[in-house]
Ligand binder design. Structure first.
Ligand SMILES: [Ca+2]
Ligand SMILES: [Ca+2]
Ligand SMILES: [Ca+2]
Ligand SMILES: [Zn+2]
Length: 367
C-alpha cells in the first residue's frame, strides 16, 4: 500500500461515511485525507487502533492550518474528533501518532490504523450499567484493572508527602470509598500501595497506576495545593482504584465539550464523580430541578462501577437509614441528592461550580 502524502498534495479522499485502513510506516509519518464538507456540516472523525499503539488526529483547512485535534478521545489510545465545517470546501484529516517529548522505550509511533469519517450523531441516553462499564473497561479500551483486595481487606496508603490539611481531606475521601467497597485504607510511611503527593503541576491533579494482567500493584495520587477539595480527592482516588471517566475525555489535550465529547447525553455530575460535565452545561439535566453545586460524594454509577471491581460493603452504616438518604431541601438538592450523606468541614470542599477538574487531570500513561 502506497504511503499517503502528509501535505496538501495528497490525492487520497475519504468520503463522509467511509472507513479506511492504512498505516504509519515510519516514525513521524503523517497521512492526509481530503474530505469535502458543506458549511455547517458536523462530522465525527475516529482513528482506531489496529497495530498503531497511540494515534493522534488533526483536522486542517484547505491551506493546511490546524483547526482541531485529538489524542485519546476514542477510548484507550484511539482518537476521536467532532468537527463542524465553517464553510463549504475541502478539508484535510491528518492521521499521525502521539509524539512523546523524549524517547520512550519500545514506542515507535508506527503501525496500522482505521480511519472513519461519519456524520455526527447526537449521543443517546446511557444506562447506569453502561456508565459503570465505561468507567471500569471502556475508558481503558477494555484493559480493566484494580487492586487484588476485597471487602475486609486492606490497601496501604502513604499520606506523609502531603500537608496536614491535604491529609484531612484525603482521609475523608478514602473513607467514602471505604464505605462503598468495604476495603480498609491503612496509613504507612513508605512502600504503600497508594502514595499521595502534592507536587505543583500548575493547578493540576492526576493519578497514575502501575498494573498488569488486570491487577494494580501501586498507584500515585497527586493533588496540587490549589486543588485541595474533597471532589478532586475522590475523583483521583477513584482513578487509583481503577475507574476512568464516564466519557473518553481526558485533559491531556483539549477540554471536553458537551455533547460532542460525551458518549451519552446524560453524562453529568448527577451520574458520576468521574464525569467531565457538570449539570449546568448538560442539556439533559436542564429543567429537571438539579442544582449545579459540586458533588461531594460518589454517585450512583460510581458505586456500581466500584462494586463491580471490588464488591460492595455489607457493613456500611448498617441499621442506619442514612446510607441512601436523599436531601430534599431545594438548596441542597444536588445531583442525586448525595447518595452518601456526608458531613464535612465546609471550606476546603467549596470548589467553584462548573470548574470540574477537567483542566486538572493528567492522562494515565502506563509507559
Ligand atoms: Ca502512511
Ligand atoms: Ca504519509
Ligand atoms: Ca492517542
Ligand atoms: Zn480524571
Amino acid at each position: 500500500m502506497a504511503d499517503v502524502p502528509g501535505d496538501t498534495t495528497t490525492g487520497v479522499t475519504i468520503p463522509v461515511g467511509a472507513t479506511i485502513d492504512n498505516q504509519l510506516e515510519v516514525t513521524g509519518d503523517h497521512d492526509w485525507y481530503r474530505v469535502q464538507l458543506t458549511a455547517g456540516q458536523k462530522i465525527t472523525i475516529a482513528v482506531n487502533v489496529l497495530t498503531l499503539e497511540d494515534p493522534y488526529v488533526y483536522i486542517r483547512s484547505a491551506g493546511g492550518t490546524i483547526l482541531g485535534e485529538n489524542d485519546d478521545g476514542g477510548g484507550g489510545r484511539g482518537s476521536r474528533l467532532v468537527f463542524t465545517a465553517p464553510t463549504t470546501g475541502t478539508y484535510y484529516i491528518d492521521v499521525a501518532a502521539w509524539t512523546p517529548t523524549g524517547p520512550v522505550p519500545g514506542y515507535t509511533g508506527t503501525g496500522a490504523y482505521r480511519l472513519s469519517a461519519s456524520n455526527y450523531v447526537a449521543p443517546p441516553v446511557g444506562t447506569l450499567d453502561e456508565f459503570a462499564n465505561q468507567m471500569t473497561h471502556g475508558f481503558f479500551n477494555g484493559d480493566a484493572h484494580h487492586f487484588a483486595v476485597m471487602q475486609g481487606g486492606t490497601i496501604t496508603v502513604d499520606l506523609t508527602g502531603i500537608t496536614a490539611s491535604g491529609r484531612a481531606i484525603a482521609l475523608q475521601a478514602l473513607q467514602q470509598w471505604s464505605d462503598i467497597i468495604g476495603v480498609n485504607f491503612v496509613e504507612q510511611s513508605g512502600g504503600a500501595q497508594i502514595t499521595f503527593d502534592d507536587l505543583q503541576q500548575g493547578t493540576g491533579a492526576f493519578a497514575d497506576t502501575v498494573h498488569s494482567n488486570g491487577i494494580t500493584t501501586s498507584a500515585i495520587v497527586n493533588v496540587s495545593l490549589q486543588r485541595l477539595n474533597l471532589h478532586t480527592y475522590m475523583h483521583e482516588i477513584g482513578h487509583a482504584l481503577g475507574i476512568g471517566h464516564t466519557s473518553n475525555s481526558n485533559a491531556g489535550t483539549a477540554a471536553a465539550v458537551y455533547p460532542d465529547d460525551a458518549i451519552w447525553s446524560n453524562d453529568g455530575a448527577a451520574i458520576s464523580i468521574m464525569s467531565y460535565f457538570d449539570n449546568a452545561e448538560n442539556a439533559y439535566y436542564a429543567n429537571q430541578g438539579f442544582s449545579h453545586v459540586p458533588i461531594m460524594t460518589p454517585q450512583v454509577a460510581d458505586i456500581i462501577a466500584m462494586g463491580n471491581l471490588y464488591g460492595l460493603s455489607t457493613t456500611t452504616r448498617t441499621g442506619n437509614a442514612r446510607l441512601f438518604r436523599v436531601r430534599r431541601q431545594p438548596a441542597d438538592q444536588s445531583q442525586f441528592g448525595g447518595v452518601f450523606e456526608h458531613r464535612f468541614p465546609g471550606r476546603e470542599c467549596r470548589d467553584r461550580p462548573g470548574n470540574g477538574d477537567r483542566e486538572c487531570d493528567r492522562r494515565e500513561r502506563r509507559r
